[in-house]
Ligand binder design. Structure first.
Ligand SMILES: [Zn+2]
Length: 191
């Protein structure tokens, strides 16, 4: 039976999250809802990114090189859209440094920009903590399950402990920079 409604729901798609890469130009400003990055080797095959399979990987058999990609979930600060962010290992380093310093990526306000106008030019990531006591952040989705839906591969039966539902996630120790504009400009001026 269809689930009819006269109201237009805020979330009008199902479990499939949009996958975004850093665009050239304005870039992305968003707040991370995941606790950590999830990564896997991928191939560019048949016009899109596919995961490298552990056994019987067709692109590997054809000699196509693989490349690591990393993923996190975030909310765009302008559109409020919850999406999956895809990055290369090089861009992932900034988030790994942040996680080492703050214990979790959740609540990290980041700006992702391409250094040049070319679509594949190097990505620059800048991270700042936000005060999670004043920010309402939705729960981050299970990234592996979202990717399985996007890639149309079997949903992993094992849920990684870092994305398991109900696990304590609010481990960011907020710094006194609640204003994202101030935060982006390097914090409030010294008194
Ligand atoms: Zn492969």
């Amino acid at each position: 039976m269809p689930r009819w409604s006269n109201e237009i729901p805020q979330q009008h798609t199902g479990t499939a999250y949009t996958l975004k890469r850093t665009p050239s130009g304005r870039g992305i400003v968003a707040m991370v809802t995941s606790d950590d990055l999830v990564g896997c080797p991928t191939h560019w095959w048949g016009g899109h990114t596919v995961p490298c399979e552990e056994t019987g990987c067709k692109p590997c058999e054809e000699g196509i090189p693989y490349r690591w990609h990393f993923y996190l979930a975030a909310v765009d600060t302008t559109t409020h859209q919850h999406f999956l962010f895809e990055m290369t290992a090089q861009a992932g380093d900034s988030f790994k440094d942040y996680r080492r310093a703050h214990g979790s990526l959740r609540g990290c306000l980041f700006e992702a920009k391409r250094l040049r106008s070319a679509k594949n030019s190097r990505v620059c990531i800048r991270c700042k903590p936000t005060d999670l006591r004043v920010q309402h952040l939705p729960e981050g989705p299970d990234i592996k399950k979202c990717l399985a839906v996007i890639w149309n591969v079997p949903i992993p039966s094992v849920v990684a402990p870092d994305v398991a539902k109900g696990a304590p996630r609010l481990r960011v120790i907020p710094k006194a920079i609640p204003d994202p504009v101030l935060a982006r400009n390097g914090g409030p001026p010294a008194a």
